[in-house]
Design a protein around this ligand. Structure first.
Ligand code: ASP
Length: 422
């Protein structure tokens, strides 16, 4: 009834998401840093937290069926394309190059500006002494990697082990190609499963403005402003260097190889980028990135279905850059000087650690220990980094997702002679 009194107003989902993010910023500042009674604030924050959790959990709910059907169908449907053999090498070459570029840019910025030098590490003594890092050697990580990569697919799915699901999906996709007509029924089934999951994604996205508002409100309200202030020089260097990679380096690569205008790219992908910012999870953002890249940017769906999920695991420019920068920050804090060889080791371990990090919030903090230990820095220093990780994770996840999407455009351009979009 009320509807008939109101003028018809249709706000696009993009605008709603943008408004949700903006409202999150306003509510976050108001609830976290105002003189409102704290009990009232807690109740509001609880409500926002639930909103955010519902959204992120719905995305997680659909993630495994989506990754599984997307990769299997992506590989199986590419069987008729003569260039399909070039997808893997192109993707791997692109990932390694951009990840290395990111880590090297991060190290260069830290060497030039040197944040952390002169800061008193004793300020953080208490949090560092109560933090118990698990010591991980490269050998241990490799053993763990081998243990988790090949798994019973049902166990992998129930444990949300996305890497093992990807590996099984690749095997299944190749088997479908080899069996060709004999496995047509299963291929149809997987294609249908993919369409079903994307329909559910469309429903979930209707909640995105609310979920994003809830996530951003909590993110801003719960920041320890004092700590952010003490570490502000480091935070500024991290934010500006990550933005440099996301707004200059990656768009130049996109334009040089595909001739797609970066503005057009950002406009088409903005829903995915805002979702990455608010969820800090590139795998939870996957359903949204897949939808934006195929519907708005018209990238071949078979390429996108394969490249994005694999990229979400292998290609994490933001994480590699952050891990390299954080290692140098810890060295500066401790007054340690890293030689050129140590810095090269930092770049290589940061790249490896970023490949090993799952696309979930603060995953980079777990693999960070590996980078610190590789050059003899104290793993306890992760305690300092964790305290300020939530805001920094937002933009590195955006760059991770952006890198995957640009990867899909680059792969499409290289494997086909036709331009992805006109
Ligand atoms: N949150 C990041 C992602 O999901 C991973 C990390 O660097 O912590 O891509």
């Amino acid at each position: 009834m009320l509807k008939s009194f109101l003028p018809p107003m249709k706000i696009s989902l993009n605008t709603q998401i943008f408004l949700g993010a903006l409202a999150g910023v306003v509510f976050g500042i108001t609830l976290g840093h105002s003189a409102l009674p704290s009990a009232l604030c807690r109740h509001f924050l609880f409500g926002f937290d639930i909103l955010g959790k519902i959204f992120i959990n719905l995305l997680k709910m659909i993630m495994i069926p989506l990754v599984f059907s997307s990769i299997t169908a992506g590989i199986a449907n590419l069987k008729n394309s003569p260039q399909s053999g070039r997808i893997w090498p192109t993707l791997i070459f692109y990932s390694l190059t951009t990840t290395a570029l990111a880590a090297i840019t991060g190290l260069t910025a830290m060497n030039l500006i040197k944040p952390g030098v002169g800061l008193d590490i004793h300020l953080f003594k208490e949090s560092m002494s109560s933090f118990q890092p698990n010591s991980i050697s490269i050998g241990d990580s490799f053993r763990h990697f081998v243990d988790t990569i090949f798994m019973n697919p049902l166990a992998a799915m129930s444990q949300n082990n996305i890497l093992a699901v990807v590996v099984f999906a690749v095997f299944l996709g190749i088997a479908l190609v080899v069996l060709d007509k004999k496995s047509q029924t299963v291929l149809n089934l997987v294609n249908e499963l993919f369409e079903i999951t994307m329909t559910i994604v469309r429903w979930i996205m209707r909640l995105a403005p609310w979920g994003i508002m809830g996530l951003i409100t909590n993110l801003i309200a719960q920041q320890n402003v004092q700590l952010l202030f003490v570490l502000s020089k480091y935070i500024l260097v991290v934010v500006s260097t990550t933005l440099f990679h996301g707004l200059i380096t990656l768009p130049i690569i996109l334009w040089l190889i595909t001739k797609i205008s970066p503005l057009k790219f950002f406009f088409a992908m903005k829903e995915a980028l805002i979702t990455a910012f608010s969820t800090s999870s590139s795998t939870a953002t996957l359903p949204v990135s897949l939808r934006c890249i195929t519907e708005n940017l018209k990238i071949d769906k078979h390429i996108a279905r394969f490249v994005l999920p694999v990229g979400a695991i292998l290609n994490m420019d933001g994480t590699a850059m952050y891990e390299a920068m954080a290692a140098l920050f810890v060295a500066n804090l401790c007054g340690a000087h890293l030689s050129l060889v140590s810095e090269i080791i930092v770049v290589l371990t940061a790249m490896t650690a970023s490949i090993g990090a799952p696309g979930i919030p603060s995953a980079g903090m777990v693999t960070m220990i590996l980078v610190l230990q590789s050059v003899g820095l104290p793993a306890q220093a992760v305690a300092i980094l964790i305290a300020i990780d939530r805001p920094l994770d937002t933009i590195r996840t955006v760059v991770n997702v952006e890198g995957d999407c640009i990867g899909a455009c680059v792969v499409q351009k290289i494997v086909s002679t036709a331009s992805p979009i006109d």
